[in-house]
Structure formats: C-alpha cells, structure tokens
Write a protein that binds this ligand. Structure first.
Ligand SMILES: [Zn+2]
Length: 120
C-alpha cells in the first residue's frame, strides 16, 4: 500500500509477549515462505506487513515473523516503493516520472465503429 500523505512513525520493537503471540499464531513458521523458524538470535525478523514508511502501524496486526531469507527481497521491494513515495512527495529533485508521449494516431485515417479503416 502506498500512502504518500502519511508521515511514517517510529519503529517499535516487539515485546517478548508479542513475539511469542506471533510465533504461536504462525505455528512457528515464516509468514512468507512457511519454513520452520529457527528460534536463535538474528534468525527471525519481525516485519511490518505495511511498512511504517508506507503508513503502516506498530500494531500486532501489522506484524509478522519472517525468516532471514525472506526479509532480503522484501526490503529491496520496500526500498523501491519508498523511493516512489519520496518522489511523489517531491522529496527528490527528479519529480514524478515523465509520461512517455504517444506518437498518436495517423490523422489521415479514421477507424469506423465497425472497425473499418477509411481515408479521412
Ligand atoms: Zn521465509
């Protein structure tokens, strides 16, 4: 979700209770790929379903536990989306992407309602 009007809020780490709740809810599996999560330090990441930057909240309903492997590509796609939000907000100098102008139709011809092309 992209909401350029909303300013991001600060990331709040999960409490131990919240972490445990998510782990139980997800049956100890990664919410993205379903692989069994390794309950070791730095092996599990708590992810924001809707990123804070995109207007998401720190609520438990917006949090998921992901394995390390899944976090990398998601962060990459988030980075692209964040760049777009910045662009829409005018925080970059480049501004919104320019539309590629259409070459237009050849004005010498007309297409009738029945699909027939005739010289104008
Ligand atoms: Zn995963």
């Amino acid at each position: 979700m992209t909401r350029p009007d909303v300013q991001p809020i600060a990331r709040r780490p999960l409490t131990k209770l919240e972490f445990a709740r998510l782990a139980v809810e997800q049956n100890g599996k990664c919410a993205n790929c379903g692989v069994k999560l390794k309950f070791e330090p730095h092996q599990i990441r708590d992810e924001h379903v809707v990123s804070l930057f995109g207007g998401g909240t720190n609520d438990l309903s917006n949090r998921q536990l992901w394995c390390n492997e899944c976090v990398k590509p998601k962060n990459a796609s988030d980075a692209a989306r964040h760049a777009k939000i910045k662009r829409l907000r005018g925080e970059t100098k480049t501004g919104p992407k320019k539309k590629i102008p259409s070459r237009g139709f050849d004005k010498k011809f007309k297409r009738k309602m029945n699909g027939e092309v005739v010289k104008a």
